[in-house]
Design a protein. Structure first.
Lengths: 587, 86
């Protein structure tokens, strides 16, 4: 059978904000650009971003990109690369105005300027008064951005491969990435898409945890493809958790519920936060509350049939307060749990929200890997942007409003670099058949028949192992046990089978390949977390409770081969301004 | 309007928001099979809605003039409630 092939200048994998922003920049410059997406583009997870985009426009309060940079470096717990952070904060106003021109309906001030909200972690004068830096389109900023960018791409004639699943990158012996092999979910037919440049923008991998806020599609497909192509993943141990997700479902119950007076209780009806944070109690910082919940569950004081969550009690607030001040929380609780918080407490557990780590890139979006003595050698033809990438602007912890900014700034920056690359590389390099064959073998592997475990129970087990062994309660012992379990699970996944071998719309095959991707991302996360013997930002170790700049002011790099760890220095030198040296992070 | 095969419908229930993923998946398991042709056509139309609008409709924050879709809303909510005890 002859394999269908198509050729483009640039291929974008993933149709969220980063991918579509890059595609638009390329299409507007007359590059032949294609976007591969496993779901219809406007069903990408960017649509769920409610908060907004940070940019120092100074429309509401005085502001400067330099203060924004300071806040981002501090928020990152000094692990962010300061050259990339300077670049992002300087570029922020421009990308916001561009969005406005693309049709994003930002909320306005009376005089017509873009309204800006105050978010946590934003300051004026390098850590002093509160700043107001977040531009939003009501509470649907991600939705507005995604739809505007999609419409603009249609106008610019970007080619879309909708409902195509990317299998693996095609790479030649000289190390160039030449595109990828995908398959059409509708027909089941594979296709080789050759491209002079390939940008991975497939989003995060939140689905590696049982309780998470991410859409089901966030299975780390691009991260896992990079791993299989020999690219390590950077800083995967840094995962942002929110303390109160709906247990077993994942959706957030905002801090507002505790702000109004709600409190957490264990199976003995004890307000346990009084033990962990006698002053702040239930309003202690997110990491403290998350860890306290995890400890209560680990020590057997969890609630429910499986004793795997605690309860958020709002009953004492009374029906009036709940209906007036927390109607959204009541609605979500009633819809997804059948629990009316006026009458019953809400089951909650820490929920995974965002991956700070990902595919290592420089600030031009080029994927960079260590080669001999060079920690950051570009992989020719390969780029990454957005949550799939680690540029690294979020370091150990991301500030609210910086994730939409990240996808826009670095989607655009990658596209600009791609345009330069295309000028210097005018012709497609010859396709390397053995690389294509390996991808096709990966697809054909799921045609195997006979005995074997099913995919869904293995996926459930993987997510539970990650929640129990690499969530907010991290010690060497707990994580080592998790690594051992994942090794056994990896072998079982290798022998798993699917029952449906039809070609047309075989979603079982897609879910099986997603499971393989989840497995690789999970292993990257737990091995990196086990390696980092300190607490920094979102990575909190019970056995190494302090930040250790002497040993650990460096980025982790996990490679699939032998599950090996390597490290590289943090870029502490910004582009034009002085470096912000590490300080204790106090708010 | 042609009704899509079940697997295709199932894939199009993959959304950008976890809330919609869970609501629609619950409905595929509890309720979709009982729909008549009109109901299935309406469900396909609902899947064509943007994620935020879809969630607003199901949670009752917005109404639709499409009577067939409006009839689906309580069924989807009931399916989510049926899964609530899982």
């Amino acid at each position: 059978m002859t394999l269908t092939t198509r050729k483009f200048d640039a291929l974008i994998v993933g149709a969220g904000g980063a991918g579509l922003r890059a595609a638009l920049q390329l299409a507007n410059a007359d590059a032949r650009v294609a976007v591969v997406s496993k779901v219809f583009p406007t069903r990408s997870h960017t649509v769920a971003a409610q908060g907004g985009v940070n940019a120092a426009l100074a429309n509401v309060l005085p502001d400067s990109w330099h203060w924004h940079m300071f806040d981002t470096v501090k928020g990152s717990d000094y692990l962010g690369d300061q050259d990339a952070i300077e670049y992002m904060c300087r570029a922020a106003p421009k990308v916001v105005y561009e969005l406005e021109h693309f049709g994003v309906p930002f909320s306005r001030l009376e005089e017509g300027n873009i309204y800006q909200r105050a978010f946590g972690g934003q300051s004026q004068h390098f850590g002093k008064e509160q700043a107001a830096r977040t531009c939003a389109a009501a509470d649907r900023t991600g939705h507005a951005i995604l739809h505007s960018l999609y419409q603009q791409n249609l106008r610019a004639h970007t080619h879309f491969f909708d409902e195509y699943f990317a299998i693996d990158l095609i790479k030649d012996d000289a190390g160039y990435v030449l595109g990828l092999v995908a398959f059409d979910i509708l027909s089941g037919e594979p296709i080789a898409i050759e491209a002079k440049t390939t940008l991975i923008a497939t989003g995060g991998a939140g689905q590696i945890f049982r309780t998470n806020t991410n859409a089901l599609s966030n299975t780390g497909d691009g991260m896992a493809m990079a791993l299989r192509a020999g690219v390590p993943l950077e800083d995967m141990e840094f995962v942002q958790f929110h303390p109160t997700g709906i247990a077993g479902r994942g959706m957030l119950i905002t801090e507002g519920a505790r702000g109004e007076g709600g409190f957490l209780i264990n199976d003995q009806d004890e307000r346990f936060m009084e033990r962990y944070a006698p002053n702040a109690k239930d309003l202690a910082s997110r990491d403290v509350v998350s860890r306290a919940i995890a400890i209560e569950v680990r020590e057997g004081r969890g609630c429910g049939r499986n004793k795997d969550h605690v309860l958020l009690d709002l009953r004492h607030l009374g029906a009036d307060t709940i209906m007036k001040k927390l109607p959204g929380i009541r609605e979500v609780s009633m819809t997804f749990l059948g629990v009316d918080p006026i009458e019953e407490p809400i089951p909650v557990f820490p929920t995974c929200h965002y991956s700070m780590g990902g595919i290592p890139t420089n600030r031009d979006g080029q994927v960079v890997v260590p080669v001999k003595d060079t920690p950051e050698d570009p992989v020719p033809g390969l780029y990454a942007a957005g949550e799939a990438a680690c540029v690294s602007v979020h370091g150990a912890n991301r500030l609210g409003g910086n994730s939409l900014l990240d996808i826009l700034v670095f989607g655009r920056a990658a596209a600009n670099h791609i345009l330069g690359f295309l000028k210097d590389n005018r012709h497609h390099r010859p396709l390397q058949q053995d690389s294509v064959d390996r991808a096709l073998e990966r697809l054909a592997r799921w045609d195997r028949k006979g005995e074997g475990e099913a995919v869904e129970p293995l996926r459930r087990e993987l997510r539970k192992v990650m929640e129990d062994h690499c969530g907010v309660f991290r010690t060497a012992e707990v994580m080592q046990e998790g690594v051992n379990r994942l090794h056994r699970l990896r072998e079982r996944i290798d022998n798993a089978v699917i029952r449906d071998h039809s070609r047309t719309f075989n979603t079982a095959r897609v879910e099986a390949m997603e499971l393989e991707n989840l497995m690789d991302c999970a292993m990257a996360t737990i091995v990196s977390a086990l390696g980092r013997e300190e607490s920094r930002g979102a990575h909190s170790r019970m056995d190494f409770t302090d930040r250790d700049d002497e040993r650990w002011l460096r980025h982790s790099l996990y490679s699939l081969q032998d599950d090996a760890m390597d490290y590289k220095p943090v870029r502490t030198q910004p582009v034009t301004v002085e470096s912000f040296p590490p300080k204790e992070r106090v708010y | 309007m042609m009704t899509l095969p079940d697997t295709q419908t199932r894939w199009r229930c993959r959304r950008g928001m976890l809330e919609n993923d869970l609501l629609l998946r619950a409905f595929l398991e509890h309720g979709y099979d009982e729909l008549d042709q009109e109901g299935r056509d309406a469900f396909e139309r609902l899947l064509g809605y943007p994620d935020n609008l879809l969630l607003d409709l199901v949670l009752g924050r917005q109404q639709t003039v499409d009577a067939d879709i409006a009839r689906l809303v309580p069924l989807i909510r009931a399916a989510a409630a049926a899964r609530a005890g899982d």
